[in-house]
Design a protein around this ligand. Structure first.
Ligand code: SPD
Length: 269
């Protein structure tokens, strides 16, 4: 048995792996492992994207928080998310249409074959899959979406443009609410702050946090922007029983930020 190690800014996370199940080299290096404790694990360009054990912590928080802040989210755009976890959660709402824009078809193919966390979401008739760069899709998009969810990899490769000002400016013209995974506010503070500043294209922005054990230091940020004043908590009744992690208590608590983070946000404008 070997250890998989992900290092970041003078720290690291080690996961004991039993074997490598699959691998592909497309525009990214994609690996699927079987681990000793966390179940199957998806790694892209050396960074852990998900493990079976804690993927719901991430996918339920990146989806249900923004979806429950919109009065009636019927039309949703997911950018990235080729493993299908975000798609699976979006489909738990009363949506009419979900467009998934993934730049790398190989992520979808490997996830469908070896991970299967989508639980049939890719075959749902409400879903349309587009293989394209999310930045370009949003730039030329003439459609309008209630919610956009950016479920990207770290911005060191193909996801880099999704952290740019231009992306947020274009996105602000076509949606009511956008939600992005926003990295570790501790060991990847520069990336988090870059996103926070660029999300200024939206009139209102908010940060929320969630604990995701297999991401750098476990403390993970999300940025939600647009019409972000409301929480339609009464709709939770329809989700209850379908979710494992998210609930209204966690939703409210996720927006409670420590003083040091409030200060970071304030000073960066
Ligand atoms: N450092 C890992 C950040 C990964 C965020 N996206 C995960 C994709 C899971 N759908």
């Amino acid at each position: 048995m070997e250890w998989f190690t992900e290092r970041y800014n003078g720290s690291g996370l080690e996961i004991k792996v039993v074997r490598k199940i699959a691998e592909a080299r497309s525009i990214q290096h994609i690996e699927v492992y079987e681990t000793e404790f966390f179940g199957k694990m998806l790694v892209i360009d050396g960074k852990i994207q998900l493990t079976e054990l804690d993927e719901v912590f991430y996918h339920e928080m990146i989806v249900h928080v923004p979806m429950m802040m919109h009065e009636a989210p019927r039309k949703v755009l997911v950018i990235g998310g080729g493993d299908g976890g975000t798609l699976r959660e979006v489909l738990k709402h009363e949506v009419d249409e979900v467009v998934l824009v993934e730049i790398d078809r190989a992520v979808i193919d490997l996830s469908r074959e070896y991970l299967k966390i989508d639980q049939g979401a890719f075959e749902d008739e409400r879903v349309r899959i587009v293989i394209e760069d999310g930045l370009k899709y949003v730039e030329r998009c003439e459609d309008r979406f209630d919610v956009i969810i950016v479920d990207s990899t770290d911005p060191v490769g193909v996801s880099d443009p999704l952290f740019d000002e231009k992306f947020f400016k274009n996105a602000s013209k076509i949606c009511d609410i956008i939600c992005c995974q926003a990295q570790s506010p501790i060991v990847q503070k520069h990336l988090f702050i870059k996103l926070w500043k660029n999300a200024k294209a939206f009139e209102k922005r908010r940060v929320y946090l969630s604990y995701i054990p297999t991401y750098p230091l476990g403390y993970w940020a999300f940025i939600v922007a647009g019409q972000v004043d409301k929480f339609f908590e009464e709709r939770f009744g329809k989700l209850k029983g379908k979710v494992k992690h998210y609930n209204p208590e966690l939703h409210r608590a996720a927006f409670a930020l420590p003083e040091w983070l409030k200060r970071e946000i304030d000073v960066s404008g």
